[in-house]
Design a protein around this ligand. Structure first.
Ligand code: SF4
Ligand code: SF4
Length: 306
């Protein structure tokens, strides 16, 4: 009988940097139109497969001199080619051993519905699970204050796909320790004022509650600071990994020793560039003890600065 360790070894051999397993019970509160169990009701495990966004693919964006390597190696091909190959290899591995395995890619849940229910009581197609929710449920990380998934290895730098299988595997525990330090630098770094500490709310994911800021998604969709439109559907949330807010978060997490993927040199080497609503150069303060969401358990408290 295959074990969770066997499956993880196979995924890593196929290139996975992150691999976690959730039980169907962790999706009990998810509505049917986003619930992976709607796609494969007999599934007994939700396997979350991730590959890193290399830090170097963000370099040209950080310097403001080259954006397309991130688009290819950090977004389009990373998802469609590299990660999809890892996912397909794991699916083949499971099906070679008699277990059905359903691959799912990160189409945005916001695009639902795209058809009508074919049976009473069923959600309309296409059901699109939320990858970040699944990754939290599989113990791979948390939702940071900036509303981006953070892992203890790479912070905001990864992409996920799912494999649903009728093979029952030992689920991973939820991540025990927090990653986000509630430093507020993501909020302070946004040149468009799209992140709102005054609109804080609690997001409940797989039974865990995460404090997140309010986001003005319309502003993010027009952002010229490294954000990219959702590649699958215009209703999906824009891709923010390379945007100034999330690059600032990456730098903050690394400087505070929160990430296990470490580098010889700091990510941010000079003051970041920033563009306002009109595409004109502007200034943001990413060095200050900004802003509005300082938390007693965050970076400052850990350093005795709170
Ligand atoms: S910049 Fe600070 S507050 Fe914002 S998500 Fe990152 S660690 Fe959390
Ligand atoms: S994507 Fe752009 S507009 Fe949105 S929060 Fe980040 S920096 Fe601000």
């Amino acid at each position: 009988m295959l074990t969770a360790a066997d499956v993880k070894e196979a995924a890593r051999a196929a290139g996975a940097d992150l691999i976690g397993i959730a039980s169907p019970e962790r999706f009990a509160d998810v509505p049917p139109e986003r619930n992976p169990m709607s796609i494969f009701p007999e599934a007994r495990s939700v396997i979350v497969v991730g590959r890193r966004i290399t830090r170097g693919s963000l370099r040209g964006v950080e310097e403001g001199t080259h954006f397309n390597s991130f688009h290819m190696f950090g977004y389009f091909s990373l998802d469609s080619d590299f990660l999809a190959l890892t996912t397909f290899s794991l699916v083949s591995y499971l099906e070679d051993r008699g277990w059905e395995a359903t691959p799912l890619f990160p189409y945005p849940p916001e695009a639902h519905p795209q058809g009508i229910p074919v049976r009473d009581g069923q959600p309309a197609p296409n059901v699109y699970p939320d990858m970040d929710y699944a990754a939290v449920a599989a113990g791979l990380g948390e939702i940071g204050y900036c509303r981006v998934f953070l892992s203890p290895q790479y912070g905001p730098r990864q992409r996920f796909q799912l494999v649903l299988t009728d093979l029952e595997l030992e689920p991973d525990p939820l991540l025990p320790d927090p990653i986000c330090g509630f430093c507020g630098k993501c909020v302070a770094a946004c040149p468009l004022g799209a992140l709102h500490a005054e609109r804080d709310e609690q997001l409940v994911v797989a039974g865990r509650s995460f404090r997140v800021c309010g986001v003005d998604w319309a502003k993010c969709r027009s952002c010229q600071n490294g954000a990219v439109p959702n590649r699958y559907h215009p209703s999906g949330k824009p891709e923010r990994t390379a945007a100034l807010c999330i690059r600032t978060c990456l730098d903050a997490l690394e400087r505070n020793g929160k990430l296990s993927n470490r580098f010889a040199h700091e990510f941010r080497q000079r003051d970041p560039w920033a563009l306002d609503h009109f595409g004109q150069a502007t200034m943001v303060d990413t060095s200050s003890k900004a802003t509005g969401c300082a938390d007693p358990g965050g970076f400052r408290a850990q350093k005795g600065e709170a």
